[in-house]
Design a protein around this ligand. Structure first.
Ligand SMILES: [Fe+2]
Length: 251
């Protein structure tokens, strides 16, 4: 098991994620950033790929609405605000100017790091879920084969994955199944707060372990939450992410 290292998030390409996983810009028809008053690019909240009640009874409508509309939206808003202020600060002086308010710049860069991680992690999370009982909610394809090869069975993987999460995520964080794009090997990992998965790892499955993801329904019973969310994992999406991690012969 391992913790992911702290990251510098200003370069999106560092995340080891495919282009379709990246946050949508305001003008997603051309992928050209839309000039705002400060001419900064604007990130937007991606819509859920299902209705707010679609994951009932495993994840309640109330949690989904609050999680998406309030929490994820806050990451987006805070990210845009910090980027706006950073751009204004940097526009006031050349980058080598010692009079530049560097303490505020560093503070804002930390804010960008945290909120951009939150935006990307949640964007991946929503796409990684699906209503229970759908064809997508069953382990499948190359990923299923690779998990069985690596861990012996899907159940054995689940036990290892959840043990890692329960032992490693002490406060707020995420549990991940990742694939190394160089070795093509699968591994379980955890990240603190809103740290994202960095290359050479690629996120395949991600589970939000912040209390806002489960507390209203499961209180402090993380195991009950983990058992519930297993029913709504989108294995089709996970398999597609895994295939992108494999050598070209599998694509
Ligand atoms: Fe969350």
């Amino acid at each position: 098991m391992r913790f992911l290292k702290p990251i510098v998030l200003l370069a999106i390409s560092c995340y080891g994620q495919s282009l379709e996983d990246l946050p949508q810009m305001a003008d997603n028809s051309t992928n050209t950033p839309v000039p705002a008053s400060s001419e900064a690019s604007k990130y937007v909240l991606p819509p859920l790929p299902y209705s707010y009640d679609a994951l009932e009874p495993h994840i309640s409508t109330q949690i989904m609405e609050l999680h998406h509309k309030r929490h994820h939206q806050a990451y987006v808003n805070n990210l845009n605000s910090a980027l706006d202020e950073l751009q204004k600060l940097r526009g006031q002086a050349n980058p080598d100017d010692t009079d530049l308010n560097w303490s505020r710049v560093f503070e804002l860069e930390e804010t960008v790091k945290f909120n951009k991680g939150g935006h990307i992690n949640h964007s991946l999370f929503w796409k990684g879920l699906t209503p229970a009982g759908t064809p997508e909610s069953t382990p499948q394809g190359e990923l299923e084969k690779a998990i069985i090869t690596h861990w012996g069975s899907i159940e054995a993987f689940k036990t290892t994955f959840y043990k890692s999460i329960l032992q490693q995520v002490k406060g707020s964080g995420w549990g991940w199944l990742v694939c190394n794009i160089h070795t093509n090997k699968l591994a379980v990992a955890t990240s603190k707060d809103q740290e994202a998965i960095l290359a050479p790892d690629k996120p395949i499955l991600g589970i939000d372990m912040w209390e806002h993801a489960y507390y209203l329904q499961y209180y402090n019973n993380k195991i009950a939450y983990l058992e519930a969310i297993w029913n709504v994992l989108n294995w089709k999406e996970a398999n597609e992410r895994y295939i992108l991690c494999l050598p070209h012969s599998f694509k």
